[in-house]
Design a protein around this ligand. Structure first.
Ligand SMILES: Cc1cc2nc3c(=O)[nH]c(=O)nc-3n(C[C@H](O)[C@H](O)[C@H](O)COP(=O)(O)OP(=O)(O)OC[C@H]3O[C@@H](n4cnc5c(N)ncnc54)[C@H](O)[C@@H]3O)c2cc1C
Ligand code: SF4
Ligand code: SF4
Length: 396
């Protein structure tokens, strides 16, 4: 992260920390200060409640608050049996944290089916390996309370109905089906996040991520909880829209929803890749060992293993082999190095940006490495990577 921040600073990005939108500044004040565009990426911070009786009992936690406490080194009180209501990343993290805090039985109660669960196969595998049990097609009806404390959770059985607004089949309670109660000591609510209420769940135009206010864009979780990758993609999309807003026809950024794909096996053949070789087990601790604490349980590869792993690299960037970058370079600065790897000879590259603009796969980055002196002579060198050449440049 430090390296990335440093790189951003070299291209002129300034960081202002310790200031909050709505408290220390507003969108209007930013505009008055001369900013033509504003991109809101403030995330979403409050957990949703289920709106069922008993939610205020002692022993009911909001998953985000619970995880924040754990992250701060606190040990929230956890009994032997814990039910986590939800089915996303937060539910899995909360269940795994509860297990590490000493809970003997941890259940995740999810209202839909596995194929609709947002967590990845890897996360589900690790969660179940740690002894956490997943209950599908169940919905909480009420939390049973005794002496002000959680005593159990009453649940209904669901079936799947028609597709809803999220594009998934909607869970519906089975009518006249007997409810059941699971005795437990804690209930952790992980039903997704909402914003903190000050800005609303920001509505945007899906093509441009414009909020409708001139020059104001929003993305990431502030427009609805999602994933890291989705937040990054939205940042890129908004950057292209802002570039267009500021530079009109001169704009150079383009957002491509889907990159062109290449025939994987064609590429594999050319780079001598063999399937299923060099697979290394990265789990350094068994499930039983790792639930005893919050320490990392995967290991990094040794240098030798990493080198072996790298021989599997698809080199997908230049696997295309279209050679447009090399053909278009008027300085003949791009050369083929081995079967698929295009490299820029930094002594020949004049950072014109032609290859950057033409690469159909957006493999090439123009990075200001501060390599130009006052007379605009190149005084340093640039590196290249397996994804494609990385020319030096003084404009991006
Ligand atoms: C427990 C949990 C586990 C998750 N696990 C995964 C996972 O395994 N994989 C995955 O892909 N996604 C996961 N996610 C989702 C992922 O974290 C988010 O989708 C992603 O972080 C969204 O990025 P963002 O930049 O929109 O918002 P955030 O990452 O939330 O960043 C928002 C930033 O804005 C700042 N901010 C908030 N309010 C203000 C304000 N008023 N003024 C100024 N700054 C403000 C915040 O301090 C924060 O730094 C998880 C989420 C949670 C809660
Ligand atoms: S870097 Fe881009 S333009 Fe150059 S060969 Fe690879 S895909 Fe083609
Ligand atoms: S940026 Fe460099 S490598 Fe790319 S086309 Fe221009 S001179 Fe050639």
């Amino acid at each position: 992260l430090d390296e990335e921040i440093e790189l951003m600073e070299t291209v002129g990005i300034k960081f202002e920390t310790g200031k909050a939108l709505g408290k220390d500044f507003t969108v209007d004040s930013l505009k008055k200060d001369g900013f033509d565009s504003v991109y809101l990426a403030v995330g979403t911070w409050k957990g949703r409640s289920a709106g069922i009786p008993g939610e205020d009992a002692q022993g009911v936690y909001d998953a985000l608050k619970f995880l924040r406490k754990v992250n701060d080194g606190e040990k929230p009180e956890i009994g032997d049996t814990v039910v986590v209501v939800g089915g996303g990343f937060t539910a899995a993290d909360a269940a795994r944290a509860a297990r590490r805090l000493g809970a003997g039985q941890v259940y995740i109660a999810y209202r839909r089916t596995r194929d609709q669960m947002p967590i990845t196969d890897e996360e589900l595998f690790e969660t179940e390996e740690e002894g956490i049990k997943i209950m599908y097609l169940v919905a909480p009806e009420m939390i049973e309370v005794k002496d002000g404390k959680v005593a159990g959770i009453k649940m209904n059985t669901n079936v799947l109905g028609d597709v809803d607004a999220s594009g998934r089949r909607c869970p519906i309670n089975v009518q006249d089906c007997s409810d059941f109660t699971l005795r437990c000591d804690n209930v952790i609510m992980a039903l997704g996040q909402k914003d903190d209420g000050s800005m609303g769940n920001i509505k945007v135009d899906h093509e441009t991520l414009s909020t409708g206010m001139e020059g104001v864009y929003a993305g990431g979780d502030s427009t609805g909880a999602g994933t890291v990758i989705k937040a990054i993609a939205m940042g890129r999309k908004a950057a292209a829209a802002i570039d267009k807003q500021l530079l009109g026809d001169e704009a150079t950024m383009e957002y491509i929803d889907k990159l062109e794909s290449v025939d994987k096996y064609d590429v594999l053949e050319r780079s001598g890749y063999k399937r299923n070789i060099n697979r290394f087990d990265i789990y350094a601790r068994t499930a039983i060992e790792r639930i005893g604490d919050f320490e990392t349980f995967t290991r990094t590869l040794t240098e030798e293993e990493a080198v072996k792993e790298a021989t599997k690299c698809l080199r997908c960037g230049c696997g295309e082999g279209c050679s447009i970058c090399a053909d278009i370079c008027k300085e003949f600065a791009i050369h083929l190095d081995g079967a698929d790897r295009w490299v820029v000879n930094v002594d020949e590259c004049v950072a014109c940006g032609m290859c950057y603009n033409r690469c159909p796969n957006h493999n090439i980055e123009m990075i200001n490495l501060g390599l130009l002196d006052d007379n605009r002579q190149k005084v340093g060198s640039a590196s290249s990577c397996d994804r494609g050449p990385t020319p030096v440049c003084d404009v991006h």
